[in-house]
Design a protein around this ligand. Structure first.
Ligand code: EPZ
Length: 450
């Protein structure tokens, strides 16, 4: 296993090109299965989840080739109707194959993905959606077995206890595009990645009204075509580099971004004290505001256009080094705070209270060995380490590889002191300065007496 070895304290400076969006690309790759003829995707990031989806397509007997950000998917020999546990377990987004499989093959069996490190992640809304379209399903031995005699357009309500679902909306949208008659999805997710899938389907020949709203009306068509499509920039990667710039007191120009997809995050960063200048339509210069104090925040994540849950760990890392008391509530994944425990190992002062994190900002963090529990936690810990005093090791970075293209190389190009190595380096905490322990003891004795 690899880890990042990081020496903090260098302000990041320069230009970084943001890659295509992982979360937009994954459903687009599955939508390509619906077309008669190949689909070509451009601006595709080369990262682990995309490679995992390519393996899944291969398992379905569909060829996908990725070269220089261009992916060609030819569904001509798509002939498989099950996805094994090993594929579902690796990546929850494998669920995106379910919609096209059930649509094109009339039957499908997929292993249920189960929970993951960011909390409970059920698939009940996906199943509710398919049932509404006339799919019969049974659950057996951890698998969902589904079949139908022709999809029929219907009213589909996708409101869940934690709000709308991106994945369920995408899955039902793909099936409804080729169902007989009109479907209306109520409480559809409105995330830019959902909008992009809907727009791609329209380019393929689908008839969809209400794109961008929470009610989508779909008039099923007989067939869809393959198309050429450019994937939107990754708004979460852009947010990551924006936070990297301000947490290190740097000055970074982000290019290939779509600021319209990240207004809530930009608002939060401005409230915090960041200066963010638009440079043309697709570039943002991000730094700390001149003479502007860093301010603690009280924020909560929410469905789009709210603050994305995927940026919550990044913002939490920033608030850990922001004087004052901040509160961060995650309404999407109410327990997504594993990163906070690791931040505390670096000297942060955070406490989880139900679905919120209370953060008592410290003036600086100390380098330490920490462990990524998931993709965004890994990114957040990397940013914290870049801002910390001394050296850190961020372990289990295979999580980071899932969703960031050349993350360490992009950071290093901005001046970060970050190296990827095998996980066997010396623990920075092993260099013990016994005299500092004595001094700390004396200080605490004095404090206790006082
Ligand atoms: C997508 O996951 C993203 N993944 C996640 O990003 C992101 O955190 C999430 O949307 C929310 O924005 C991809 O796009 C590949 P949901 P998804 O269905 O579609 C509950 C990252 O770091 N729910 O919108 O799986 C669910 O538990 C990843 O890049 C149900 O209750 O998320 C959650 O509380 C992590 N029943 C809420 O809805 C269901 O059937 C939103 O989940 C489905 C979801």
């Amino acid at each position: 296993m690899d880890m990042y070895s990081i020496v903090g304290g260098t302000p990041l400076r320069g230009t970084v090109k943001i890659s295509g969006s992982k979360n937009a690309c994954l459903p687009l790759m599955c939508a390509a299965l619906l077309g008669e003829g190949p689909t070509v995707l451009e601006n595709v990031p080369d990262l682990r989840d995309i490679r995992s989806m390519m393996l899944l397509l291969e398992h379905l007997n569909v060829r996908a080739i990725l070269k220089n950000g261009r992916m060609i998917i030819d569904p001509v020999s798509f002939d498989t109707d099950w996805v094994p546990y090993d594929m579902m377990r690796r990546m929850r987004a494998s669920m995106y194959a379910f919609g096209p499989m059930i649509t094109m093959r009339r039957r499908a069996a997929v292993s249920k993905p189960g929970g993951c490190n960011i909390g409970n992640r059920p698939i009940d809304l996906h199943l509710r959606g398919f049932r509404s379209l006339g799919v019969q399903m049974v659950e057996r031995q951890g698998y969902v077995h589904a079949r139908h005699e022709g999809l029929k357009g219907a009213e589909v309500n996708l409101l869940g206890s934690n709000g709308p679902s991106v994945g369920a909306t995408c899955n039902v949208l793909m099936a409804a595009a080729l169902a007989k008659g009109r479907s209306v999805i109520q409480h559809a997710a409105r995330e830019p990645e959902v909008q992009e899938l809907a727009n791609l389907l329209v380019a393929m020949g689908a008839r969809i009204d209400g794109i961008g709203s929470s009610t989508l009306a779909i008039d099923g068509v007989e067939r869809l075509n393959g198309v050429k499509w450019r994937v939107q920039p990754d708004r979460i990667e852009a947010a990551t580099f924006a936070v990297a710039s301000v947490i290190t007191d740097g000055d970074v120009l982000l290019t290939n971004v779509d600021p319209t997809t990240m207004t809530a995050t930009l608002w939060a960063l401005r409230e915090w004290g960041a200066e963010i200048d638009h440079q043309g339509e697709d570039a943002l210069r991000v730094r700390r505001g001149k003479d502007c104090p860093m301010r603690p925040l009280e924020i909560e994540t929410g469905p789009y256009p709210g603050i994305a849950t995927d940026t919550q760990p990044l913002i939490s890392a920033l608030l850990a080094v922001t004087p004052g008391v901040s509160k961060v509530r995650d309404t999407i994944y109410r327990d997504r705070f594993m990163h906070a425990l690791e931040l505390n190992r670096m000297g942060a002062k955070t406490t989880q209270e139900d679905d919120s994190l209370s953060i008592n900002g410290v003036s600086s963090l100390e380098g330490a060995a920490v462990m990524a529990s998931d993709l965004r936690a890994g990114a957040a810990l990397t940013l914290a380490a870049l801002a910390a005093e001394g050296s850190s090791q961020v372990r289990r970075i295979y999580h980071v590889d899932r969703g960031y293209e050349r993350f360490d190389q992009k950071l290093a190009a901005l001046g970060a002191r970050i190296v990827r190595t095998a996980e066997e380096f010396q623990d920075p905490g092993a260099e013990i300065d016994w005299s500092s322990v004595e001094q700390a003891e004396q200080v605490s004795e004095v404090e206790t007496r006082a």
